[in-house]
Design a protein around this ligand. Structure first.
Ligand SMILES: [Zn+2]
Ligand SMILES: [Zn+2]
Length: 145
């Protein structure tokens, strides 16, 4: 288990820092600026991570990660793109992950739905769209991969 000791962001910091927090509120990762890659993904790994029809992921440069708070545990998934996923030790929400993919080198993936106040903007890219649930309809101006 990793205990991150950064203090929770103050109210003033919240205006520049975008916090992603877990369900119970113990674990927070705070970022600055906009995501480098921002999309949803329909693969089985993303579905299992979220328990939903697709995963919503925002990749920020490692130097945009300003704050980590709370006790987190991690696990690794193997496969084409091995990932190390970090989740709240108390409630289990996955907050962030690192992948071994060279195209994601230097980036940290953060679970998009965990940014609540303020929420992230519309993601605009759909990944692994061939695995999409038939009942999911994407906006016509999104990039579909
Ligand atoms: Zn939690
Ligand atoms: Zn995926």
């Amino acid at each position: 288990m990793v205990q991150y000791t950064d203090a929770a962001p103050s109210l003033e910091e919240m205006t520049v820092l975008r916090p992603a927090s877990c369900c119970c509120g113990d674990a927070i990762i705070g970022v600055e600026g906009e995501a480098e890659i921002h999309g949803i993904c329909h693969c089985n790994d993303c579905r299992r991570r979220t328990g939903s029809a697709f995963g919503w992921s925002a990749y920020f440069r490692d130097d945009q990660i300003m704050r980590k708070t709370g006790k987190m545990l991690r696990y690794t998934i193997s496969g084409n793109e091995p990932q190390e996923r970090h989740f709240c030790a108390r409630c289990g929400s996955t907050l962030f992950w690192k992948t071994s993919s060279p195209r994601l080198d230097g980036l940290t993936g953060i679970a998009g739905g965990n940014f609540v106040e303020p929420p992230l903007p519309e993601p605009k890219i759909s990944f692994r769209s061939h695995q999409k649930c038939g009942w999911v309809t994407l906006p016509s101006d999104w990039q579909v991969r």
